[in-house]
Design a protein around this ligand. Sequence first.
Ligand code: ATP
Ligand code: MG
Length: 598
Amino acid sequence: MNVIHKRADDWRVEPNFTDYEGTRARFAWQDAPDVCEGMEGGGCNIAFAALDRHVHGPAATRTALRFVSAAGSDGAVQTQDLSYAELAGWAHRFTNVLRALGVGKGDRVFTLTSRCPELYVAILGSLRNGSVVSPLFSAFGPEPIATRLTLGEANVLVTTKALYRKKVATIRDRVPSLRHVLIIDGDADDAVPGTLGFWPLLDAAGPEAPIEVTTAEDPALLHFTSGTTGTPKGALHVHGAVTMHYVTGRYALDLHPDDIYWCTADPGWVTGMSYGVIAPLLHGVTSIVDEADFDAERWYRILESQGVTIWYTAPTAIRMLIKAGPELASRFRFPKLRFIASVGEPLNAEAVWWGQRVLGLPIHDNWWQTETGGIMIANTPAFDIKPGSMGRPLPGVEAYIVHRRDDGTVAVVTEPGVDGELALEPGWPSMFRGYLNQEQRYRDSFVDGLYLSGDLASRDSDGYFWFVGRADDVIKSAGHLIGPFEVENALTDHPAVAEAAVIGIPDATSGEVVKAFVTLKNDYTAGEDLRRELMAHARTRLGAAVAPKQIEFTDALPHTRSGKIMRRLLKARELGLPEGDTSTIETVERPDVQEVRS
Ligand code: ATP
Ligand code: MG
């Protein structure tokens, strides 16, 4: 077994987390730091912990957000810094804007914009107001927007002139709850009918806005899942989740106050909110916000020129960098970078090693879901990495492998190395509190006192968890249960392969056989010889029963906008079946991994 060992001299700063067993044994959520301490009324509000409490502390003048603009025609980028105090000032005014409009606690504020300062001001100002925030990804078309605004009973939408005209104006009358649309680039001379100008209202608003006294159980955020396995679900989260964001920011991302941190996820997805907005602010670090789309060279340049110390990204993005080739990477140096983490999809072992070789650091995979609201299982500074594993449960998280019984109960699997469903013991603070309008579905996800994740995994004798696949994606072939990740991992181990996706297709003898779709790195060309070579490579790694029977080369795989391979779509297309909900599909030819979120 290949393992990446951690040594004391690997760290340029003393990590927050070094003693895995000891910390887990001592940890209890009720003893976790109270990041809302000092909030008037003894309440709990994410924006108090993330912003208000810094205003009179050492972080007040520190840069909270550094926006890196898209390149101008001369190729130059500009940066704009907002300090903690400045961000808080604007957020306070935005709270007043909402109050003046009669928008209050529990009302729903949706955002639909690119990653610009106004987005962060609107999110934090709304949370301060006790309103529930639902960030939408700006590349959604009118239908997914209409569905989410309707389902979420939006009262306010913050967007841009162009997005409103193109995507909202035509569907607005289908959302009767939507009382106000605030246009961030609106001005008096060019007002859009039926909307209000964000900045004129903000400029007119007073700077003093007492925070709404919310409790830990008051709703704060509404996130829609990625839609990888079906129609996206709306997951409701509460203010008390902030404790999870703080603790995991310490243990899984090793945030220290002087870090320059870059989370590449858009706040339209849960990673971009929990770890792109909330956790970094809680820890008083400086966050890089890239306003532009993915480009391999640009990303390497940002890492280098901004002196990023901690980088949280996603497997699809990493595989795109790998695909771009070693020559590009060799033009950059990352002496400041000290910790890299990834989430959203299985991270193949080769990608972890690539990080070690090319960036000088291994990539720490971690696992969680929209429903969990925060990182649950992770590779951390505190233990060695087994590339290909998602790591171990964080302090305060109890994870199990279970089998469902026919009578509707579950059996906890105690032997190591057995595949089963990944289940979690409720009690972590950021657990979702409901699926919007799907009460029964929410209840059904808890069985015998455990939350069942819908993902299959196994646990080894050292307590490391290994992803097998989504329960929906598992292939049943000649009596074997085959997890797609195992096969994909073997294929991406081959030097020619950039990305692989595996599905089961019906077969008269075996029930199903494995079919793989493969994209190649830039220097390789598809052909019969390479197909045969990959078949042989997979058979050697996996054995004939598990190796793919068919391999198809393709230029790109269908991804969700949050960067996940949509195996259900590959399967539907292969079998000529209806494609189902495709509202979150990435539509450009080349997967645009700027849109990679958890
Ligand atoms: P939907 O629930 O709508 O089908 P989704 O499950 O992709 O979409 P998210 O909540 O954004 O929506 O994604 C969580 C899922 O992503 C997890 O359940 C898991 O399947 C996958 N995932 C996240 N991190 C990892 C990881 N490190 N390794 C393997 N899979 C991961
Ligand atoms: Mg899911």
